[in-house]
Design a binder for this molecule. Structure first.
Ligand code: COA
Length: 224
């Protein structure tokens, strides 16, 4: 699509391809979600998008993608990528930011269909998002949030060396949950062995993320 350059953006890891889904792929993604994302009774998201009937869950996925595209602004964006494993849609990786040009802080979110969980794919998905954030967008930090009992999500953050950034108490689905905001800095990202990620089609999208062609130096405040 000529006028929505994100359709050209492709992230490739050892086992995965991450792209904006076309309509057919989005429908597949919605079906993966409808087939189940969270174990029965578990609360892993602040919004109950995956807790209704399969039909409701599928529609939530579709509407979330349409909303994120329609609401895209350079100072407030949400990139929702479908994740493909051997050509099959398996889940979704998000990267989002508000006022990124100024804050240089992005957030991640991710989910896999239940049958695709626990095989190391979530780790590769996060690696792809972190690579895009740090190495192409010039992020200074990335925040990933997981509820206290979401062992898999928190373990993925731990593997990348995130540091604790605080715990918030939230109400989600009428339950009290503790949300851990873990933070990965560019320096910690840069000091570790990083999985290989190939990014294609970024140049065409750069300005829509609100970042200049060459990210400004980290120390932009001059003291006299
Ligand atoms: C969170 C999610 C995306 C992670 O993807 P994944 O492919 O399952 O994760 P991976 O297999 O790459 O890694 C998970 C890690 O957690 C560990 N883990 C998972 N469940 C565990 C448990 N019950 N106890 C201890 N460790 C556990 C795994 O061993 C692995 O660590 P390791 O590589 O050191 O062995 C996926 O599990 C998911 O979609 N969950 C439901 C939706 C969700 O919670 N989304 C995130 C909301 S914050």
């Amino acid at each position: 699509m000529r006028h929505w350059p994100f359709t050209q953006l492709t992230l490739t890891t050892d086992d995965l391809v991450l792209r904006i889904p076309d309509d057919h792929q989005l429908d597949e993604l919605a079906q993966v979600a409808a087939d189940g994302v969270v174990p029965a009774g578990a609360v892993y998201f602040p919004q109950p998008w995956a807790s209704g009937t399969p039909e409701e869950t599928a529609r939530n996925v579709l509407q979330n993608h349409w909303w994120a595209r329609g609401d895209w602004r350079e100072d407030n964006w949400r990139l929702l990528l479908a994740v493909f494993h051997h050509g099959q849609v398996v889940g979704q990786q998000n990267l989002s930011a508000r006022d990124f040009r100024i804050t240089r802080e992005a957030r991640t979110g991710f989910w896999l269909g239940r049958r695709f969980q626990g095989r190391g794919l979530g780790t590769q998905m996060r690696a792809a998002a972190l690579h895009l954030a740090f190495e192409h967008l010039g992020a200074e930090r990335v925040v990933s949030t997981a509820f206290s009992d979401n062992v898999a999500s928190r373990r993925v953050s731990e593997k990348f060396g995130y540091e604790p950034g605080g715990v918030r108490r939230l109400a989600a689905e009428n339950r009290r949950v503790e949300a851990h905001d873990d933070v990965l800095s560019a320096s910690r990202w840069g000091s570790q062995h990083r999985p290989a990620v190939k990014v294609e089609g970024f140049t065409e999208c750069r300005s829509l993320f609100g970042v200049p062609a060459v990210p400004p130096p980290v120390d932009v405040v001059k003291h006299v």
